[in-house]
Design a protein around this ligand. Structure first.
Ligand code: FAQ
Length: 312
């Protein structure tokens, strides 16, 4: 009895000291004490983030062999390779929390772990490469800049490095869109069509409204997340609409309204579509997962050869 009470007091003290560290912006490191729920939430978010980077290579990989010039091909290849690197930094950060890479991949393959909804949409023409870089990387970077200040040290340091590369990705996408928007009538139409299809899914990347976000309140208290889904989404909207206007494209939202404070009010996101995609029923969910499983299986001999080499 006395032992149980002492243990409870000890946990309360540890929890209080943990929260004090968070409140004082002291980073939590892998060997530090942390509440189980903090560890679990981080494992969930970082591994899902890693899966997004890796699955996110597929929509762009689709266009490497069809890039319109050698320059465009080299840039696209470098960008996709960066995304693989981001996945690796993030898996490494998540592994410091005590779960192996194999387990993360198993959760992905069994459908227990998510990845960003955006990568379940098809990329139909070259303008989509522009829209992915401009909008998808653009949305990712708004979120990730904020995550540079996340409370978990390894995640925060991975974010600093990722953000540097992500800003180049956003610019290469905007360059493609600018070129197409200033090209022939057909090219401009392709750019507008890509924007029409990617705009709403890009807004969905930030997750449900704050009022429907299951994890936000605790994640904000623990500074795993530094800003809410809605406030990050709004920042992206306000940054991106003037960029669209500058190159003569129109955001596909009849309810869009510029408010006196300079911020844009948008129409409502189709949340049924969002949850449908999150639950695995988007246009490309099955294809993306099947491709990842196949590539993983085909790479088995490489992993085994590396291990055999390391053991010798
Ligand atoms: N897609 O309570 P919340 C990139 C799930 S990186 C799918 O609000 P949370 C780079 C959520 O997991 C893009 N599922 O969740 C690139 C939860 O379900 P769970 C990825 C979503 O975690 C570019 C449930 O809904 N970035 O693009 C989505 O507090 C180009 C309730 O939601 C990150 O992952 C969604 N969009 O906030 C690569 C950033 N939204 O787990 C290649 C780190 C929500 O309980 C090419 N992550 N859900 O089963 C985060 O900041 C957060 O996890 C949020 C969601 C903001 C995504």
């Amino acid at each position: 009895m006395i032992k149980t009470i002492t243990m409870e007091k000890n946990t309360e003290r540890l929890e209080r000291e943990f929260q004090e560290k968070i409140d004082n912006e002291v980073k939590i490191e892998p060997k530090d004490w942390m509440p189980d729920a903090y560890r679990k939430n981080l494992i969930r978010q970082i591994s899902q983030h890693a899966h997004s980077e890796v699955i996110g290579m597929q929509p762009e990989g689709n266009w490497i062999t069809r890039a319109p010039s050698l320059r465009a091909k080299k840039i696209l290849l470098a960008k996709i390779q960066d995304e693989a690197g981001h996945g690796l930094y993030l898996y490494s950060a998540a592994e410091t929390l005590g779960v192996s890479r194999d387990t993360f991949l198993q959760w992905l393959h069994e459908g227990k772990a998510k990845y960003s909804s955006i990568f379940n949409y098809p990329t139909l023409n070259w303008a989509d490469m522009g829209a992915v870089g401009w909008l998808v990387d653009g949305a990712a970077i708004v979120n990730q800049v904020s995550l540079q200040k996340t409370s978990y040290g390894p995640y925060s340091r991975a974010m600093v490095r990722i953000c540097k590369e992500e800003s180049f990705h956003q610019r290469q996408g905007y360059e493609i869109m600018t070129k197409m928007a200033r090209g022939t009538k057909e090219q401009k139409q392709m750019a507008q069509d890509a924007l029409n299809r990617m705009w709403w899914p890009a807004l969905m990347m930030f997750g449900p409204h704050d009022s429907d976000s299951a994890h936000s309140s605790q994640s904000l208290k623990w500074k795993i997340k530094r800003e809410s889904n809605d406030s990050l989404r709004q920042r992206f909207i306000d940054k991106t609409i003037p960029q669209a206007e500058l190159i003569g494209l129109t955001v596909p939202d009849p309810d869009l309204e510029l408010q006196p404070n300079g911020s844009y009010k948008t129409g409502e996101i189709n949340w049924d579509e969002f949850w449908n995609v999150v639950k695995g029923n988007g246009p490309c969910n099955k294809q993306r997962l099947a491709h990842h499983k196949k590539a993983h299986e085909e790479g088995r001999w490489v992993r085994e050869a590396c291990l055999a080499f390391a053991e010798n």
